[in-house]
Design a protein around this ligand. Structure first.
Ligand SMILES: N[C@@H](CCC(=O)N[C@@H](CS)C(=O)NCC(=O)O)C(=O)O
Length: 230
């Protein structure tokens, strides 16, 4: 036991802490948050608005990169959404955030890396925003190529690995966490997909932690004009 601390105090001191940005705008923050809810990991949540004058000061307490999301857990500081998902999968193996099968797990990691490193036109032209009235907007050829790739990727995952449930690899996992903000963007910007991918989007939109995040986002007080595209 830590000197001078009761067991209860020690438990509290060791609770995992997650720092995130606005639930309405910060799609990277959404990913570890929904993974932790999925895995039933207890955590303290600090939401700091991206336009808060103290944003950098708060975030730097955990992340040297000065960006959200970031977690502090039992001596470890982790930033970068995908690195956080890997950390959580290792720290809470029973949660099964990655598929158990080696080939499926490799596939899940590959598509998660693809998301983390790419789809810039789609991200730029369709920022996450739950307040925006749902309507389509004119997209570039590059953004439409991103959508076609994601549509094909999701349909392929569902056909090859999705037998155990309605998500990409059956049960909700790290790969679904990486794509959950994309599902919401497709809804917000009226993007139509093939039927298998559309069914996947319906399952994600129906997922309880997803609903909780959206409700929290809609209740936030901060509006940031730079993220409000027409
Ligand atoms: N590659 C990073 C991206 C993190 C990121 O860009 N976060 C944004 C919010 S979604 C941020 O912190 N922006 C504030 C800033 O750059 O000052 C990750 O995967 O976590």
């Amino acid at each position: 036991m830590l000197p001078g601390k009761s067991i209860r105090q020690r438990e509290v001191a060791m609770t995992l802490r997650l720092i995130i940005g606005n639930k309405n705008y910060s799609s990277w923050s959404f990913r570890p948050w929904i993974a932790m809810k999925t895995a039933n990991i207890p955590f303290d949540e600090t939401v700091v608005s991206l336009n808060d004058p103290d944003f950098k000061k708060t975030v730097h307490t955990i992340s040297p990169a000065g960006k959200v999301p970031a977690i502090a857990d039992d001596g470890a500081h982790v930033w970068e959404s995908l690195a956080i998902l890997e950390y959580l999968a290792e720290r809470f193996p029973a949660a099964g955030l990655w598929p158990a099968d080696r080939a499926a797990r490799a596939h899940a990691r590959a598509i998660s890396s693809e998301m983390h490193a790419g789809f810039v036109p789609l991200r730029r032209e369709c920022p996450m925003n739950f307040w925006r009235p749902k309507k389509s907007r004119e997209l570039s050829a590059e953004a439409r190529q991103n959508i076609a790739r994601i549509d094909a990727m999701w349909a392929d995952c569902r056909a090859r690995f999705g037998q155990g449930g309605p998500f990409l690899f059956g049960r909700f996992g790290a790969a679904d966490a990486m794509y959950a903000p994309v599902v919401t963007r497709f809804r917000t910007y009226g993007v139509k997909l093939d039927s298998d991918s559309e069914a996947y989007c319906n399952a994600v939109m129906d997922y309880a932690p997803m609903k909780q995040w959206i409700a929290d986002a809609k209740n936030e007080p901060w509006l940031i004009a730079a993220y409000e595209l027409g």
